[in-house]
Design a binder for this molecule. Structure first.
Ligand code: AHR
Length: 498
């Protein structure tokens, strides 16, 4: 089977905003307690954060991390998580029905963000609270001094403001499961007024308006049209959330699900541009795909968790090899829309539907999905190229004309290198990819990294055994500007030229 690509330096989509390689930590399950924070662990630092986890996050070079939720933020009082730890209240956390003892809050998380080298994307509670709590939090975090909340932060030991740039106006407010769920009209009005107050405190912030929780919501995409009618001028981004699963065990169909992501992005771009036209606006709305991943493995076991436990193992999907392929395809999809998708957050980062897992008081380890995420984050910086692809195709249960080849390329103009990311969706046959790279004169192949697993799509990693990990023995050759690459059956590939 053969596929073709033309990759030209001059066919540019846009400079990649590194924040598309963002992630997410919610106060949920063992993400915070027992994940990033475990004071009793032998590898904990003086603040109680696990150093082994910090190192793994650094390997991923995560530029921005969304916090503190997720569903959790919609009933969260940020004031519970600041000040002396001994005085912080224990609360019933309503979204996930656990006990939250608030030993980690805004200031600690900002310190952890620094330790891993990431900015924080902070979400405000527009479920049970609103304008007042949001503007106070901006004042607490970003105002230098001389006001009640900025001085409170200083009293709490943080002399310098955190200067948080990116803020989410609530979370999934279209979802009936959300505490304080709202209609599009209600949310649009609240969001625009909250945005106004937050910007009056700090005019330099960026804001994200809540989009639909997924494409199956009955209000999609009318939710975006109505809410943006209110928020268009006041925000910089609209959010998208999407999780895929393979409960039906139909792998060809599962691997095609990034086409659903593509469709979602196109619909939201169209909706934003429709509002832009209606408003005779000159401003272009950007997309923040701030929750995405595979999520279904843990659904069943999550129903058995007792309510009101402390840091239970919720949403602990153990990812298999095919999940890594779909994660790779979703990242490729974001790169294809680099002109509009400026942020994206792999949900989540540690233990909860995550690339990094920990054992309580034990080891930390990498899930299968760690690898495509790391490869794109590390090598996918620069300018996203508009490649021209042609590939044999297949039909699956829900999709027609699914190309076996899913691929794109990023040109790093500073380092003078180009990286091709490619998934072969064919489960039985290799794909020979012939790519015309003649515009990259004098370039050579640096490496061809492959994540493959001899067709065992269900293999998983554990703390003891890393069954799925990349190798560097990919077969590729470059001759007079023509690249020939063997993409093994069911594989993720990273071909680097410089
Ligand atoms: O990431 C897990 C949950 O998925 C988040 O809390 C919520 O926003 C989404 O429904």
């Amino acid at each position: 089977l053969r596929a073709k690509m033309v990759i030209d330096k001059d066919f540019q989509i846009a400079r990649v905003d590194n924040r598309i390689y963002g992630s997410f930590i919610e106060h949920l399950g063992r993400a915070v307690y027992g994940g990033i924070y475990e004071p009793e662990h032998p590898l904990a630092n003086e603040q109680g954060f696990r150093k082994d986890v910090i190192e793994l996050v650094k390997e991923l070079q995560v530029p921005i991390i969304r916090y503190p939720g997720g569903n959790m933020v919609s009933a969260y009082n940020w004031e519970d998580g600041v000040g002396p730890k001994s005085e912080r209240p224990k609360r019933l956390e309503l979204a996930w029905r656990t006990i939250e003892d608030n030993q980690v809050g805004t200031n600690e998380f900002m310190d952890w963000g620094k330790a891993v080298g990431a900015d924080v994307m902070m979400a405000v509670n527009l479920g049970t609270r609103g304008i007042d709590a949001a503007r106070n939090l901006v004042e607490y975090c970003n105002h230098p001094s001389g006001s009640y909340y900025s001085d409170l932060r200083r009293k709490h030991g943080y002399e310098q403001p955190h200067r948080i740039k990116t803020w989410c106006l609530g979370n999934e407010m279209d979802g009936p499961w959300q505490v304080g769920h709202k209609t599009a009209e209600e949310y649009g009005r609240l969001a625009v007024e909250t945005a106004k107050a937050m910007r009056l405190v700090d005019s330099s912030i960026e804001l994200v308006s809540c989009g639909s929780s997924n494409t199956m919501m009955p209000t999609f995409p009318e939710w975006e049209a109505t809410t943006l009618t209110h928020t268009y001028d006041a925000v910089d981004f609209v959010s998208l959330h999407q999780y895929h699963g393979n409960a039906e065990n139909d792998s060809p169909n599962f691997l095609a699900k990034s086409m659903e992501t593509d469709h979602f992005i196109r619909t939201i771009i169209s909706t934003c541009d429709y509002i832009k036209a209606k408003k005779r606006s000159k401003k272009t709305m950007f997309l923040s795909f701030d929750e995405w991943n595979v999520w279904y493995h843990s659904n069943e076991s999550d129903t058995k968790i007792d309510p009101w436990s402390v840091a239970p193992p919720q949403l602990e999907d153990v990812y298999n090899f095919e999940d890594a392929l779909l994660v790779g395809s979703m990242l490729i999809t974001f790169l294809k829309y680099a002109d509009r998708v400026k942020m994206a957050c792999l949900a989540q980062l540690v233990n909860v539907i995550a690339p990094i897992m920990t054992e309580n008081n034990g080891r930390s380890w990498k899930q299968t999905i760690f690898y495509p995420y790391m490869h794109t984050s590390v090598f996918g910086r620069g300018i996203a190229l508009q490649t021209v692809n042609s590939s044999p195709k297949y039909d699956s249960k829900d999709y027609t004309d699914v190309p076996y080849l899913d691929s794109t390329a990023v040109f790093n103009d500073e380092e003078e290198s180009v990286t091709v990311f490619a998934v072969n969706r064919h489960l039985e046959e290799s794909l020979i990819l012939n790519a015309d790279v003649r515009s990259f004169e004098g370039y050579r192949i640096v490496e061809h990294i492959v994540l493959e697993n001899d067709g065992d799509l269900k293999a998983v990693n554990t703390a003891d055994h890393e069954a799925v990990k990349p190798h560097h023995q990919g077969q590729s050759k470059l001759d007079e500007g023509m690249l020939e690459v063997v993409l093994p059956k069911a594989s993720w590939n990273v071909i680097r030229l410089a």
